[in-house]
Write a protein that binds this ligand. Structure first.
Ligand SMILES: Nc1ncnc2c1ncn2[C@@H]1O[C@H](COP(=O)(O)OP(=O)(O)OP(=O)(O)O)[C@@H](O)[C@H]1O
Length: 662
């Protein structure tokens, strides 16, 4: 064996031995946690303590799980004249507490992602490992101290990016790029908005940022927790495995709809939807609620058994005005008013007897019939459903000067349900009810919220999240060019305003890791027609191919394209306009192909264009783009989304003429 090769083999053997001992150490850490878990009940003292200790320990055991298909570390750093560290998915220490692997989120690990020949940050050598099925197979060294740097020409990075995609989304800890890392490690106080072209790693960045913040602010975020908001459940399923693979198992993932407590049983015509998602609805509801508060017209006269106490009308008017000026949520305002009424009564008692009445007296007075009657008349309790019910029954009063006549007609119930309970609320109503709930009471806030595909949130949906992140920072991820909802954002400044974080920084990502260059160039032709100001994507991928086929028999061509795709590795998706989906699936099945839908994980998926957002497949076959464009108002944006789902190969099959910009 030539000397250089044998030297490499020796080093790889040494690294593999380190991997084996790290795995063994992680197993011991896990066994230790399991043993504590088993005895937790004995040491905790009381039942509550045992339960919370048990929860913490079982979480610890889960966090220490080892995935045999990925190595525990993927890099190594040698600092000039100092120690060296293996960088991996989590801390692993030996029995004496010495580090065998450093967590990728630790401060020292930062240099693994950020050091360069021009700014080596004290790093002499950076090593990256290649691996396959959990075994180390190669490594690449960069002697930053000698000016060596591979950058994006790293073979290990290229292999990782070009690896066929099957199943759910994977993490990218081993190959996070410097511009991505800057976003991942942004300060917890900072709200960032990432405008990224398709496949630039926005979703990956958001998930890794969540993991990073949980590492750095464990205690703070365990109390208030982190929320990931995604566009639909299929997307959430697709990304669900990433955080657990990074050792984070406690993160809530939800669509905006699922954040709302209202059961959706009805629907709206498009005109009504548009009005209900408009931010002016917040003003309408606010005004509707203000009208519940009245000017007191009578005094309160209340007896406590011993005496009759009296609060004159003028005093009550002042009390109501004061509370109104303080602008508390309505429900809190009612309680504040009650407390102030009772405090005035209490002062009368003190003035008379020189003694302060006890808590029981205060409680009794607060509940007494005259005080409750005063509150019900002037500051009545309102439920969110009742408020929205009143507005939709007749918007005229609350919406005057805010909505046009036509807009009021669009949302007015043609046949009002008999009561709020009898209403069949639509998805847009659920958002209004949440707005009303936020006017009536305070909602608990998350510690950090990551919002994916944020361009599609309506202003009112943004406010749903704003109410849950008043004291939190946000990571907003999206692409204005991929906005397909009728209310999709055209400018991030608007979204940030509705989210309660005006002026937050907007950071572009333009280097694509998914879509091959030829496919990116095709999709980029659509950009000028989309009416948004975003930078065109570039791609790191020179591989892959694009084929546009003008055919007479679309079905036969689709079957042919799927058969051809199956000759290669990886997943295959056929994407078409919704009405064509069942027919295409039937055609493929009739040809003996095993076809799945977005719900199940088969190698071949037939997917309506409306569900493709955020997903990716090795081989994508887009059928009849003209139909996809014609299906909805923002059809060209939808086509842009669909064309950018391909990781390696894109076939476009059409019988009708291609849409103009293509
Ligand atoms: N640094 C990286 N190293 C390796 N793979 C990466 C890196 N960044 C992103 N990728 C991969 O590129 C693909 C696209 O990433 P992701 O889905 O996060 O992009 P996106 O910007 O959210 O895309 P879209 O806007 O189309 O939804 C994924 O397969 C992801 O794993």
């Amino acid at each position: 064996m030539p000397e250089a090769i044998s030297e490499l083999t020796v080093q790889l053997d040494e690294e593999s031995a380190h991997l084996t001992s790290s795995r063994a150490a992680l197993r011991r850490m896990r066994e230790h946690a399991q043993a504590l878990y088993a005895t937790g009940g004995d040491v905790a003292g009381d039942a509550y303590g045992a339960e919370s200790l048990g929860r913490a320990l079982s979480r610890r055991v889960a966090e220490l799980a080892d995935d045999p298909t990925t190595p525990l570390f993927f890099g190594r750093l040698w600092f000039a004249g100092e120690a060296d560290y293996h960088i991996g998915r989590r801390h692993v220490t030996d029995d004496r507490g010495e580090p065998l692997v450093l967590d990728w989120r630790a401060p020292i690990s930062r240099s693994f992602y950020r050091a360069s020949a021009s700014d080596p940050q004290g790093v002499a050598v950076r090593r990256r490992f290649g691996f396959s099925a959990g075994i180390l197979t190669s490594f690449e060294d960069e002697h930053l101290d000698r000016g060596e740097e591979l950058g994006t020409s790293s073979r290990i990075l290229t292999n990782e990016i070009e690896r066929p995609r099957v199943g759910p989304m994977r993490d990218i800890v081993a190959t996070i790029q410097p511009d991505q890392d800057e976003l991942v490690r942004a300060d917890i106080e900072e709200t960032i908005c990432v405008q990224g072209a398709p496949g630039t790693g926005k979703t990956a960045v958001g998930l890794h940022r969540a993991a990073f913040l949980l590492y750095l602010h464990r205690e703070r975020l365990r109390r208030s927790s982190v929320l990931i908001v995604g566009p639909n459940r299929a997307f959430l399923r697709y990304i669900a495995a990433v955080l657990p693979a990074l050792g984070e198992i406690d993160v809530a993932q939800s669509t905006v709809e699922d954040l709302l407590p209202t059961a959706v049983r009805g629907s709206d015509p498009p005109e009504a939807q548009l009005v209900k998602h408009d931010p002016r609805m917040a003003a309408v509801l606010h005004r509707a609620l203000r009208r519940y508060v009245r000017r007191p017209q009578e005094p309160i006269v209340v007896s406590d058994g011993a005496y009759k106490w009296r609060l004159p009308e003028s005093v009550l008017v002042r009390l109501v005005d004061d509370v109104r000026r303080e602008k508390p949520p309505h429900g809190i305002g009612r309680e504040r008013l009650r407390a102030r009424v009772v405090a005035l009564l209490q002062r009368q008692v003190e003035a008379r007897s020189g003694e302060s009445p006890g808590e029981g007296w205060v409680r009794k007075m607060g509940r007494s019939a005259p005080v409750v009657a005063f509150l019900d008349a002037n500051w009545p309790a309102v439920t969110p459903e009742a408020l929205v019910y009143e507005v939709l029954r007749d918007p005229a009063d609350a919406a005057e000067g805010i909505l046009t006549e036509a807009e009021q007609t669009a949302i007015r119930w043609a046949k009002p349900p008999r009561s709020p309970k009898a209403a069949r609320w639509s998805a847009a109503d659920a958002v209004l009810i949440d707005e009303a709930a936020g006017l009536i009471d305070r909602l608990p806030s998350f510690g950090h919220v990551v919002i994916d595909e944020a361009q599609d949130l309506s202003p009112m949906q943004c406010r749903v999240i704003a109410r849950r992140s008043e004291h939190a920072s946000l990571t907003l991820l999206g692409d204005l060019a991929q906005g397909t909802a009728p209310w999709a954002a055209r400018d991030w400044a608007d979204s940030l305003e509705h989210l309660g974080k005006p002026g937050a920084a907007v950071v572009p990502l333009t280097t694509g890791f998914r879509v091959p260059q030829a496919v990116v160039q095709l999709a980029n032709r659509l950009l000028p027609a989309l009416g948004v100001n975003v930078s065109a994507a570039t791609s790191l991928r020179g591989d892959g191919w694009l084929r546009v086929q003008d055919v007479s028999d679309v079905d036969a061509a689709t079957v042919g394209a799927v058969r051809e795709a199956l000759e290669q590795d990886g997943s295959v998706a056929v994407i078409a306009a919704e009405p064509s989906i069942d027919g295409l699936a039937a055609t493929l099945r009739a040809d003996g192909l095993d076809v799945g839908t977005a719900e199940d994980e088969k190698r071949i998926t037939v997917l309506p264009a409306t569900l493709a957002k955020g997903l990716e497949y090795d081989h994508v076959i887009v059928v009849e783009p003209a139909e996809i464009v014609a299906a909805e108002a923002r059809g060209l944006n939808r086509l842009y989304v669909v064309l950018t789902r391909a990781v390696s190969r894109l076939a476009v099959i059409h019988a009708r003429p291609l849409p103009e910009p293509l």
